[in-house]
Design a binder for this molecule. Structure first.
Ligand code: PLP
Length: 396
């Protein structure tokens, strides 16, 4: 009998540069503790704790029965592209046509495709830090240069415009903006976005505007750089269904961009996914056209939880927390505890039974902060506050 040899994996070099999302690792660790009988409150993962609204689920079930089980066009079903175009035209105040929309499985592929399509070796991509970890991971994976721009707590987690100006170089190909922001909950207001647009000026730089939390804003209006004159042609708008309609597991999002670029994204889809699942796209049309009251209900509930949780955090020794303007995260400053972020996040999980993320999971400028998701019940959020407070009283 021939002996089986266990060959060493000869992975491509780029695999060593691929990062990850720590939320999934902390979730695994928390689940392992639960299997040992521990009670853990999950404030680590970023997904709505609500169910997908019934009308959307029913549309998907109906679509399955009607045979929407085949391949569809790579860029998405025309009716959904049209529905997205109408929604974006209305919400961003710019005229968008269906050939400027590409439907993809979740918001993430738009990040991947934007970086793949624009960033060659040595090209620079500016991205927010602390920020969604996939930006840096993908920039480094494709071999481009990751240029972080710090989000400043004292600016309500906005960015410093002089710093942005100093980071833009002849090699800058892409600038990533994210508002409302993960992990800080910061919101870029119209004036700030117009100032950012001013700094970019008429340079040939693309902006990836990650607006996945656009409907989760607590005060004021969402504003997109796509609405700034001259930027519709230089922006890729990322939005989707995951957060707005509590559809994280459905995997459906979209990009809006000029039609010649949309054709390239469509080809990237052909090469990687073929298409987004057809029956989910039918449900996506229902999501956009149907009753929007569940979206408003979720938004109000997140706002109520935000107010309770932030007030509670601010009563805990060593914690100080700004009021986030959007998304469903709180990002308290914990420097006064004297602990490093990762060590504190580990201690809260191991000793207090509260799972949260270290600010450093979102980049080097996240040191000194923790991220707590408020996508959990009010009861669990109150219990988490009690546990953290008790832990802080005993250990600080
Ligand atoms: C800022 C940001 N962009 C994009 C995504 C990806 O969303 P999706 O689950 O639709 O791929 C997330 C998910 O957490 C996010 O926080």
């Amino acid at each position: 009998m021939q002996k089986t040899i266990q060959h060493e994996l000869r992975l491509a070099q780029r695999m060593s540069r691929l990062g990850t999302e720590t939320a999934f690792e902390v979730l695994d660790k928390a689940r392992a503790l639960e299997r040992q009988g521990r009670n853990i409150i999950h404030l680590e993962i970023g997904e709505p704790d609500f169910d997908t609204p019934k009308n959307i689920v029913e549309a998907a079930v109906g679509a399955l029965h009607k045979g929407w089980t085949h391949y569809g066009p790579s860029a998405g079903l025309l009716d959904l592209r049209q529905a997205v175009a109408e929604h974006v035209s209305r919400s961003r105040g710019v005229e968008v046509a269906s050939n400027e929309v590409v439907i993809v499985p979740g918001g993430k592929p738009i990040i991947f495709y934007s970086i793949l399509a624009f960033a060659d070796d040595e090209d620079e991509v500016i991205y927010p830090n602390p920020g969604f970890p996939i930006y840096e991971s993908m920039i480094r994976y494709v071999g481009a240069q990751a240029v972080p721009i710090a989000l400043r707590e004292e600016k309500d987690f906005g960015l410093d415009l002089d710093e942005l100006a100093s980071l833009i170089s002849d090699r800058t190909k892409l600038i990533i903006l994210n508002s409302p922001q993960n992990p800080t909950g910061g919101v870029l207001r119209r004036q700030e976005i117009e100032e950012i647009a001013d700094i970019i000026g008429d340079r040939n730089i693309m902006v990836l505007s990650d607006e996945i939390y656009s409907r989760l804003i607590f005060e004021g209006q969402h504003f997109s750089i796509m609405s700034v004159p001259g930027f519709k042609e230089r922006a890729i708008l990322l939005d989707g269904f995951s957060k707005t309609y509590a559809m994280t597991g459905w995997r459906m999002g979209y990009g809006v961009m000029r039609p010649d670029l949309a054709a390239h994204f469509s080809r990237l889809m052909t090469n990687s996914n073929s298409c987004t699942a057809s029956f989910t796209q039918i449900a996506g049309i229902e999501a956009l056209h149907g009753d929007q009251s569940p979206v408003e209900h979720m938004r109000q509930e997140f706002q109520r939880r935000r107010d309770v949780f932030v007030a509670g955090l601010n009563r805990i020794k060593g914690f100080s927390c700004r009021v986030p303007g959007g998304a469903f995260y709180t990002f308290p400053n914990i420097t006064q505890t004297g602990w490093k972020s990762k060590a504190l996040a580990d201690a809260l999980l191991d000793q207090a039974g509260v799972a949260c993320l270290s600010g450093t999971s979102f980049g080097e400028y996240g040191e000194g902060f923790l991220r707590f998701s408020i996508a959990n019940s009010m009861e669990n959020l109150r219990e988490a506050l009690t546990r953290i407070n008790q832990w802080a009283s005993g250990n600080l």
